[in-house]
Design a protein around this ligand. Structure first.
Ligand code: FMN
Length: 372
């Protein structure tokens, strides 16, 4: 007997054994953005599923340090998907075994990256030109994985060759547990508008029994709700709208539930989250790299606020965590001279055990000293 009504809804909102809430909000995989510190903040503000940035299957199979490091995650991030890419089947197989051993909740295959050096080796969106190979890679990952396998892709290679309805059916028949589609072709890169009309078609004519997530230009609560309403997708995956704005998940959830968007975070809350993001990055990557990597985040965090460019300039000048914190905590949109004692103001009560467990000994000692 087929499932009907509520049962059918419950059934559809499961990825393997992962139960999803109604209208789930997912954090998109984003290279150099979706690392553990950023993901944990998005989780706090309501992201229902998190994904790592994409990881090269070649890098993993050769044991490249940079690739292996990207497998790290905090336990509190679950449910978490680790995303891999690659166009060489045996390498992808090997990478799947490595990813599987890292213990994520699901493994996601990237069939959407538009970058030349990836697509030319049949990785990312490159595989949209070779659907039999796309099926073979998917089948290989499913065969090796002991957990659900999902796919994220684009509409097609270019306008002339969109076959996403057939692709969705083929992938579901091959055995994937959920599908996410960025509603642009590879040729579009990130240009033009995402074509949500295709999301509706994929939902209606492509996938049958697996959850289908829409992606592309759902960057604020209104747009996120509109994607649900206009396309009927089961979940919305949010990328750029979350950069410097982990609150987007909280705001979208409130808007979906009540029709009201909460007030934006206060200055203190915003600064507190930036400070925490910085600290987590420094604990994760070491102070030097953490401070450097964090520079890419300030634009998003302070966008549209008074004196934002002045603040950004001051932050960019700092090479050490304490210097950045000093600037952050002493800067007021309207009163730039208030003095706040850095350590008392931002230091979390203790170093989270899950963070400590991930650190090398010297880094852990430094972090413990900071928290003491
Ligand atoms: C900085 C950046 C890095 C990205 N890295 C990845 C990636 O590693 N894997 C992936 O599947 N998509 C990646 N994407 C694409 C996003 O996941 C998403 O599909 C795209 O940004 C459209 O969604 P949005 O309009 O909500 O941003 C990246 C996008 C950006 C902006």
């Amino acid at each position: 007997m087929g499932l009907t009504g509520q049962d059918a809804t419950l059934f559809r909102m499961t990825i393997g054994s992962i139960q999803l809430p109604e209208r789930p909000l997912l954090l998109a995989p984003m290279e150099d953005v979706s690392d553990p510190p950023f993901r944990i903040l998005c989780k706090r503000y309501g992201a229902d599923v998190l994904y790592t940035e994409f990881i090269s299957s070649g890098g993993l199979s050769y044991g490249a340090e940079g690739s292996v490091r990207k497998l790290d995650f905090y336990e509190q991030e679950r449910p978490l998907g680790i995303q891999i890419f690659g166009g060489e089947i045996e390498q992808v197989r090997e990478a799947t075994r490595i990813v599987d051993a890292a213990g994520p909740d699901l493994i996601d295959i990237n069939f959407g990256c538009p970058v030349k050096k990836v697509v030319c080796k049949d990785g990312g969106a490159g595989i949209l030109r070779n659907l039999p190979k796309m099926q073979a890679i998917t089948a290989a990952v499913i065969e090796e994985a002991t957990r659900p396998v999902t796919v994220k892709t684009r509409l097609g290679w270019n306008d002339e060759s969109i076959q996403i309805i057939e692709v969705a059916r083929m992938l579901e028949e091959t055995g994937i547990a959920a599908l996410a589609v960025h509603a642009r072709t590879r040729s579009q890169m990130y240009k033009g508008e995402a074509r949500w009309e295709w999301l509706r078609r994929i939902k209606e004519e492509g996938v049958r029994d697996i959850p289908f997530f829409g992606n592309g230009d759902a960057y604020n609560p209104e747009r996120i709700k509109a994607m649900f309403d206009e396309t009927g997708v089961d979940g919305v995956m949010i990328g750029r709208g979350a950069i410097g704005n982990p609150w987007v998940f909280r705001d979208a959830r409130a808007y979906l539930d009540t029709g009201e968007v909460p007030d934006p975070p206060s200055w203190d809350e915003r600064v507190g989250v930036v400070a925490e993001h910085l600290q987590l990055k420094c604990e994760w990557l070491g102070e030097r790299t953490g401070v450097l990597e964090m520079r890419r985040m300030y634009g998003g965090y302070f966008k549209g606020l008074r004196n934002a460019s002045k603040l950004r300039m001051l932050l960019m000048e700092q090479g050490e965590m304490d210097g950045v914190l000093e600037v952050l905590l002493n800067f007021r949109e309207d009163e730039p001279t208030v003095q706040v004692a850095v350590r008392e103001a931002v230091k979390p009560a203790r170093l989270p055990a899950t963070v400590a467990a991930k650190l090398s000994r010297p880094r852990r000692e430094a972090a413990e000293a900071w928290h003491a």
